[in-house]
Ligand binder design. Structure first.
Ligand code: C2E
Ligand code: MG
Ligand code: MG
Length: 535
């Protein structure tokens, strides 16, 4: 593995010799001078020993400063500037070349490859969500993990391969004399060492790495473009939850179409193309609606699903405008139902970027107060990862919001790194188990165990448990057996616009009343679940 730029090595060898020559010249000059002085000034009474001593003293007097200024000081300065150069060129944590040096070395290898007409590979490797690790185990643990990750990467590859930490949690490897046919074998070679748990202190940490691959000269003919294109492939790997992707020209059009979508979304917000849909949450004990979740929809020609445009809005900063719009629309709707004599609590999803923006939360507080709506009718849904990534900040902020009277729900629980031990610290009122676990509870024993134990533990912490994404009666019955408090999903109703929801709500309540009265008159009670399902 390359350690030092050839330029630095050259400097380090040549400079000390120059200094030694300078000092030797000084010695010869001074000695010559002393001899001239001794010859010119007659000193008959001094014997040869005293003369030799004076000679040595005079020589020392001149040579010591010369040694200091010509040899020691420049050498020390050189060591310092080499250290600084090392610091600039090599990552302190892993000892690997940083981006600039990596680029220089890759360009050099590309020149050789051009002469030999050979191909090379560029891997961009991302060791999972380090910011989560930082939050959960501290920055020292995050640093230690990065260090170990770098060491493992170095040990996997040949000495002629160039491993670099480009920055943050982005690593790169350039492999000369390798091509398309080697990719799968190399990816396999990475798997085992990088998937082995990392021991940080006495904690074992599992991480999932994502790889993007670019090929020289097929995908780019210079280091910068190859790094950029392999990074695009890595982004696709992460977005699609894959293990690795090879750069494809479509990656360019994906980034182009994202730019286009950004323009359309910004316009859609201005043109009022956003609409809130509502999905009921049903209490299992009595089958009553305990609230609805507000889910934004983008209507209009360019409309996309929220799982596509919300992440884009989060990355581009448009999310705050959406959040502000959602807050206003949800509070207005809750007030409209209140004015009809209906008490329907509304949950709103709040992205991390808006949650930690005090202007957004101030807006919600002021708007709820302006409309004289009871705070407890609004539940703030925040994802587990949004909370865990900023645990301390989340704790302060959510405690403040809870003290005002809002309810707090932890959404998509089970998808992050957290455990209930952390949730216990938060002033949450509700826990929503992510639908990826719910979908498989009938077929996957492990998922069923996770869901059942989460329900049990959440109840011990006096949190209401919501299962989302329930699509059929079998799953609903299983969850009821597990003791789940509240269920939300297509089984009861898909998200509906405000008008359709009102019809569904009134019909549901009417059937409940009918059901209750037939129970009272000794009837068996009809199957309320699903009877109001909408398509
Ligand atoms: P989420 O908050 O976890 O919302 C639940 C998602 O599951 C919704 O998708 C809902 O339509 C869907 N769903 C509900 N029941 C079922 C079911 O039985 N089966 C299946 N397969 N899906 C079901 P949707 O509306 O597409 O929203 C996706 C995500 O987008 C939401 O996940 C939330 O993270 C985000 N989102 C939606 N609206 C907003 C919003 O107003 N603000 C923010 N920040 N994020 C939002
Ligand atoms: Mg939600
Ligand atoms: Mg969810």
């Amino acid at each position: 593995m390359r350690e030092m730029s050839p330029f630095l090595v050259d400097q380090a060898i040549s400079k000390p010799w120059k200094m030694i020559v300078k000092v030797m010249l000084t010695v010869v000059l001074v000695e010559g001078l002393i001899m001239v002085i001794f010859a010119a000034v007659p000193m008959p009474e001094l014997n040869e020993y005293i003369l030799a001593l004076m000679d040595a003293a005079l020589l020392g007097l001149f040579v010591a400063p010369a040694m200091y200024f010509f040899l020691l000081k420049p050498m020390r300065q050189q060591t310092i500037s080499e250290e600084q150069a090392r610091f600039v060129m090599f990552d302190e944590l892993t000892g690997l070349p940083r981006r600039d040096l990596f680029r220089e070395l890759v360009e050099h290898e590309m020149d050789i490859a051009r002469r030999e007409a050979s191909s090379s590979l560029m891997f961009i490797i991302d060791p999972g969500d380090i910011s989560n690790i930082n939050q959960l185990f501290g920055y020292k643990a995050g640093d230690e993990l990065i260090k170990q990750f770098g060491q493992r990467l170095k040990s996997i590859f040949r000495d002629s391969d160039i491993v670099s930490r480009l920055g943050g949690d982005e690593f790169a490897v350039f492999l000369p004399k390798s091509g398309m046919s080697h990719i799968h074998k190399l990816i396999e070679k990475l798997k085992l060492p990088l998937e082995r748990p990392f021991l940080v202190g006495d904690v074992q940490i599992d991480i999932t790495h994502a790889v993007g691959v670019g090929v020289f000269p097929d995908h780019a003919d210079n280091a910068n473009d190859l790094i950029r294109r392999a990074s695009m492939a890595r982004n696709r790997t992460k977005q699609n939850h894959l293990h690795f992707s090879i750069y494809d020209v479509e990656d360019e059009s994906i980034s182009h179409s994202r730019l286009e979508m950004f323009g359309h979304l910004r316009q859609a917000i201005k043109d009022d193309e956003l609409v809130l849909y509502y999905q009921p949450k049903i209490e299992q004990l009595n089958q009553r609606v305990v609230g609805v979740e507000a889910l934004v929809r983008w209507t209009g020609e360019h409309g996309q699903s929220p799982s596509v445009f919300i992440p884009l809005a989060e990355q581009t900063g448009l999310i705050n405008e959406i959040t502000r719009w959602v807050f206003k629309a949800a509070v207005d709707q809750c007030c409209a139902w209140r004015d009809l004599g209906l008490r329907i609590p509304v949950s709103v999803n709040v992205s991390s970027r808006s949650l930690y923006d005090s202007r957004m939360m101030d807006y919600l507080v002021r708007y709820v107060e302006k409309k004289a709506l009871a705070h407890e009718l609004i539940t703030i849904e925040v994802t587990e990862s949004a909370v865990m990534n900023h645990l301390e900040m989340a704790l302060t902020l959510l405690t403040h919001l809870r003290n005002i009277g809002f309810k707090i729900s932890i959404d998509d629980f089970g998808t992050g790194y957290s455990s209930l031990a952390y949730i216990k610290l938060l002033p949450a009122t509700e826990l929503k188990i992510d639908q990826s676990f719910i979908a498989n509870i009938l077929s996957e024993k492990k998922d069923a165990i996770v869901v059942q134990s989460t329900i049990g533990l959440a109840k011990d912490l006096e949190l209401q448990v919501v299962a989302e994404g329930v699509e059929n009666v079998d799953v609903q019955e299983k969850l009821q057996k597990f003791g789940c408090d509240i269920i939300q999903g297509f089984y009861y109703s898909r998200p509906l616009d405000a008008d359709a929801y009102l019809i569904w709500h009134q019909q549901w309540n009417a059937e409940l009343v009918q059901d209750d009265s037939s129970m009272l008159s000794g009837g068996m009670g009809n199957d309320v679940q699903g009877s109001c399902q909408s398509g």
